[in-house]
Design a protein. Structure first.
Lengths: 141, 487
């Protein structure tokens, strides 16, 4: 399956040139871009690991692309996303977020149903990948 | 018309028994400067033939505050001058003979904290049936910060909704389940599953889906939540379906809302016709229970659509932001329902901005400071399709929910394909916009290119390419922007 979190998951994977244009758009708006990665893409997993801090005060998208290249070297078979933070009053949160790297295979999730009283069902979404320990998911890298 | 000086009769003579013109009783005060804490209302007044517009406007001020048809001595037991609403300005409406804009200021002490019911009982109460007027319309209101701060405001707000849904940088996508009536719970859940799995963020109950013989509400909730969770697992994304909890009593609505919460829904829905107090109650419930609250504006066109009588939708939007809903249907511009671009823009600004400047060309007559009250997500629904994506993005911006009902479910390749077409069209347009392309003019080209790798989008564009709804609007701004020359 293909996880469709983030802003551009229904399009073909973005090229580095396309990624760079999106980053430039964020920087032009004064947003700080952050690189985050995970091997647990559960839809409720808000806090992916940070690759350093959000890059405040950056002017050129090339800086983000350089860091992304480094991150891919280490976590090339994990999910990596870029998130842009807007610090303006009244927003103070993420403005744009999109996936820029995926594992070769995405096993996806299973839905567990616990039958409760009456016809109630309690649902739990479980990632197949997290059946293995951290670091060994998606073939270990 | 404002050169008139005050003609208020003062002292003992003011309280002589009998009938006196409203404009002499203190309801017309052309020199009055509204206080920062006053509520100001703008009415479009159409006096009966032969009725002086100043007198008619003063009567509106009187009848919406302290006056009755005759002088009463009991006024003298009160600080009557403070409680009198004061009409301080009357302008002829441009290009509309016989109509006048009356600006009326109300002291804050006339209103109960945090109650739309109380506010509206005064401002749109008896006065709308007043005989000396042919017609009356409440056009806009300025709500002072001191009053805004007595309301909870949207239970969730745009920013927290986005955080909770984990969706940033693009409009959200929805669809209303069709047919509106007749599907069983199981069949209904099928539509929800297909649409969400195909790529939509939300599906929606229609306004008149409550609990009918063909589908009782518990059936709908149970099957819908199966669909939501299954689509969530299939996509790895957070999904939701607006479960309509509208019912005949508050007790029934609370019961349905509790069940939605117990099933793990992120969002519930109510209809405008449940009334202001019920809406405020549900907004408080939603805040207490981490629930997004969707409002369908069922019934509003009965009083918002005609220009000379009723209440403008911009006022309803302001009241609903105070009352505390998170989503409000606010027009599509290009779809099948009423709404010219400028007026709709005004509604969207009222939903989403922290400060609204005066924009007469959008029908916004007052500046409005929302004092950090949460923002409402406007919803565009009714007769829109993927081929209009560039126009929708241009008119409505990014913080909006685009709802393609027929445009999803009516897709020739099925519901999932319909959803995918909409999502691909949207993402392609956002990508192009962010890249700095002139997406409005290159829109068709951008969509055609995206369709090359997406058969469902190709089919959608072919099916609906020429569908537009070009009819004259009935409700438009009275002022057009004109170039001004500085002297």
């Amino acid at each position: 399956m293909r996880i469709t979190q983030g802003c551009f998951s229904f399009l073909p994977d973005l090229t580095d040139e396309q990624i760079s244009k999106q980053v430039q758009y964020c920087l032009a708006n004064g947003w700080a871009v952050n690189i985050e990665f995970t091997d647990d893409p559960h839809p409720r997993n808000s806090f992916w690991e940070m690759w350093g801090l959000p890059m405040f005060d950056l002017r050129d998208a090339a800086g983000v692309l350089m860091e992304l290249t480094e991150c891919r070297k280490v976590y090339g078979n994990s999910y990596i996303r870029l998130s842009a933070f807007d610090s303006s009053h009244g927003w103070e949160s993420v403005r744009l977020s999109f996936i820029v790297n995926r594992p070769k295979e995405e096993p996806g999730f299973r839905l567990e149903r616990h039958e409760m009283e009456g016809r109630n069902i309690r649902y739990t979404t479980k990632s197949y990948a997290v059946d293995r320990p951290e670091g060994q998911r998606y073939g270990g890298s | 018309m404002n050169e008139h000086a005050s003609i208020t009769i003062r002292g003992k003579d003011r309280y002589k028994s009998g009938v006196m013109e409203y404009k002499k009783m203190g309801y017309w005060e052309p020199d009055y400067v509204p206080k920062d804490t006053d509520i100001i209302a703008l009415f479009r007044v159409t006096p009966q033939d032969g009725v002086d517009p100043i007198e008619a406007s003063a009567a509106v001020a009187g009848e919406s505050s302290t006056a009755t048809w005759t002088v009463v001595w009991t006024d003298r037991l009160t600080a009557a001058e403070k409680y009198r609403a004061k009409c301080f300005r009357v302008d002829p409406v441009p290009n509309s003979p016989g109509q006048y804009f009356a600006y009326i200021a109300y002291d804050l002490d006339l209103f109960e904290n945090g109650s739309i019911a109380n506010l509206s009982a005064s401002i749109i109460g008896n006065v709308f049936g007043f005989k000396p007027l042919k017609a009356l319309r409440l056009e806009d209101m300025r709500l002072p910060v001191a009053y805004v701060k007595t309301f909870q405001g949207p239970a969730t707000g745009i920013v927290v909704e986005r955080e909770r849904m984990d969706k940033f940088g693009r409009p959200l996508l929805g669809a209303t389940v069709k047919p509106k009536l007749g599907l069983s719970g199981r069949n209904y859940g099928r539509v929800v599953y297909e649409a969400l799995k195909g790529g939509l963020d939300f599906t929606k109950d229609d306004e008149n889906i409550n609990s009918q013989p063909f589908m009782h509400w518990r059936e709908r909730f149970l099957y819908c939540m199966e669909a939501v969770n299954k689509a969530q697992a299939a996509s790895g994304e957070i999904k939701g379906t607006y479960l309509n909890v509208t019912a005949g009593t508050m007790e029934d609505m609370y019961e349905r809302a509790e069940f939605a919460k117990q099933l793990g829904s992120v969002i519930i829905m109510i209809d405008l016709v449940i009334g202001y107090t019920a809406i405020q109650s549900m907004a408080k419930w939603a805040r207490r229970n981490d629930m997004i609250l969707h409002l369908h504006r069922a019934g509003h066109s009965t009083y918002t659509r005609q220009r000379n009588h009723g209440v403008s939708f911009r006022v309803i939007a302001k009241w609903m932001r105070l009352a505390g809903v998170d989503h409000i249907h606010a027009g599509t511009v290009v779809g099948k329902l009423e709404g010219d671009p400028a007026t709709t823009r005004g509604y969207y600004d009222i939903c989403r901005e922290d400060y609204n400047p005066v924009r007469l060309e959008h029908g916004v007559f007052f500046e409005q400071n929302w004092a950090s009250l949460n923002k409402m997500m406007p919803v565009a629904s009714g007769g829109i399709h993927a081929g209009q994506m560039h126009q929708l993005l241009d008119h409505l911006g990014e913080d909006v929910i685009l709802q393609f009902g027929g445009g999803t479910i009516g897709h020739p390749m099925g519901i999932q394909a319909g959803a995918t077409a909409n999502r691909v069209a949207l993402e392609a347009m956002i990508l192009a916009r962010n890249e700095g392309r002139d997406y409005l003019h290159e829109g068709e080209e951008i969509l055609a290119k995206a369709a090359m790798t997406c058969t469902p989008l190709k089919a959608a564009l072919e099916t609906w390419k020429s569908v537009t709804f070009n009819y004259e609007s009935t409700d438009m701004p009275d002022y057009a922007p004109t170039a001004s020359v500085s002297m």
